[in-house]
Design a binder for this molecule. Structure first.
Ligand code: ACO
Length: 429
């Protein structure tokens, strides 16, 4: 490596090594900046230019609209693989052969029971509690029921924690939904595959036998794969940061769920449907809302539009848009929200404000329309995202431990008051 990064400051020249990734991405390694310069740090709010780690999991080119996991294009994985298979790929590095897959699936299924006492915790939540809050809490609660899984980082110990959370997370997700609906809590059925089991947990009513509709199964499988990993986004960085303190996998994932919940991140899928409904209720004047989105004095943003990394079409959004059309057709659902969404997309994509800022529909723009057509309530949309993202969080947490990364601890630029004396309360004005 011959390249170096040069930084000149106060008449002195400092050199820093340059690293080049396997896709020719370039990074200046400034890890010695502070010690070499005697205190200078970088300032990068929102980490727009900061690489927090080296990773071999996901490659993303936001300018070209490319997304690959372990080298495989997302388009191929979404069409040709099943969710658990892609989970294995993302976590362990290669697509599994038949034997590896069967062992992995069996190990995940072995762990699909949830401690009965977790139901007592669930009972403590109000019925209207948002399922993401409940899911984050119940995932955190796993640390209390499986304390041995904290601070274990041999490959075997990590594998045990990984299969445990993959087995239990869909059950906890479904229970957060059942709580909302006032339904009894279901248990996993290990005769089903991973995604069929998720559907059964979500949709089964005790009085009827549940059989997954193949159209629904295919759509959900594809959606889960499309959400599986997206390199160092907000929730994934949270999982890595929490995990870097050697908190357990369960505690780290619980934090990831909370980070995903926000409407700027995974919560956007719920926010998109709420926005589309607002537009319909308001009379359907799309241009009025486009105008509002452009107005800097109005807090309204076009939800499901824009992305920190994609400055081109989000490749996942392209697949989901086609899938939304197909699902609605096949199920015979007519959703006025789809019409408004298409109109909104057309209007935005031909508007200089969105063109200049390279704002395109993201993964969340059309996913809510599919979830709604499948009968999933709006508060559960981000939970579905979390089920999809779980293997990605796991893979990133595992990679961080295998790479023996140090604890994450950013610096800051202090802009507060300089030293002053503390006066007794009686003497304060
Ligand atoms: N509607 C209107 N204007 C927007 C939007 C939007 N959805 N997104 C960005 N902009 C504008 C900003 O106001 C800013 O304008 P300016 O340059 O005149 O100040 C410019 O585009 C750049 O936007 P930033 O907010 O600086 O971009 P950032 O990378 O920080 O934010 C984000 C990305 C949070 C996704 C943003 O586009 C947004 O809020 N989108 C709506 C929420 C959403 O859909 N989130 C889901 C993202 S996908 C995911 O997390 C799974």
């Amino acid at each position: 490596m011959s390249e170096i990064g040069v930084f000149e400051f106060q008449g002195k020249r400092y050199e820093f090594p340059v690293e080049i990734g396997t896709e020719n991405e370039i990074a200046i390694d400034i890890s010695k900046l502070r010690s070499k310069t005697g205190g200078v740090i970088t300032l990068d709010p929102g980490y727009k230019n900061t690489g927090s780690c080296k990773s071999a999991i996901t490659f993303l080119d936001g300018e070209k609209g490319i997304l690959r996991h372990r080298g495989y294009p997302i388009e191929d994985l979404a069409k040709r693989s099943n969710f658990l298979e892609v989970a294995y790929l993302v976590i362990f590095g290669d697509l599994p052969n038949k034997e590896e897959f069967e062992k992995f699936e069996a190990d995940v299924k072995k762990n699909s029971m949830v401690n009965e006492e977790i139901k007592d915790i669930l009972d403590g939540f109000p019925r209207a509690a948002h399922p993401m809050g409940v899911l984050s809490s119940l995932t955190g609660a796993l640390t209390a029921f499986h304390p041995r899984h904290a601070g274990m980082y041999s490959e075997e110990e990590m594998y045990n924690s990984i299969t445990k959370i993959l087995g239990k997370f869909p059950v906890l997700a479904a229970w957060s939904h059942s709580k909302n609906e006032g339904l009894p809590l279901s248990y996993s059925d290990n005769s089903l595959d991973y995604v069929e089991n998720i559907l059964m947990l979500m949709f089964k009513i005790p009085t009827t036998k549940y059989e997954a509709n193949p159209i629904i199964k295919k759509a959900i499988e594809e959606l889960l794969i499309l959400h599986l990993d997206h390199e160092q986004n907000c929730s994934t960085s949270t999982v890595r940061l929490v995990g870097s303190s050697h908190a357990s996998l369960f505690a780290s994932i619980s934090s990831g769920v909370s980070a995903l919940w926000g409407p700027m991140h995974g919560g956007a899928n719920q926010a998109v449907i709420e926005m589309l409904e607002e537009i319909i209720e308001d009379g359907g004047d799309v241009d009025k809302f486009i105008k509002r989105a452009k107005d800097k004095n109005d807090l309204f943003r076009l939800m499901g539009f824009g992305h920190r990394v994609y400055k081109n079409f989000d490749p996942r959004a392209l697949i989901i848009k086609e899938s939304a059309k197909a699902v609605l057709n096949e199920l015979g659902v007519v959703d006025p929200a789809l019409k408004v969404a298409k109109h909104l997309e057309e209007a935005a994509l031909s508007d200089p404000y969105f063109i200049d800022r390279k704002l395109f529909p993201n993964v969340d723009f059309y996913s809510g329309i599919i979830y709604r057509a499948l009968g999933i309530r709006v508060e559960m949309f981000t939970v579905m995202f979390a089920i999809g993202r779980l293997p990605g969080w796991i893979a990133q947490w595992r990679e961080m431990h295998l790479n023996k990364e140090p604890i994450g601890r950013p610096r800051q630029l202090y802009i507060g008051v300089n030293e002053r004396k503390c006066v007794p309360m009686s003497k304060r004005k």
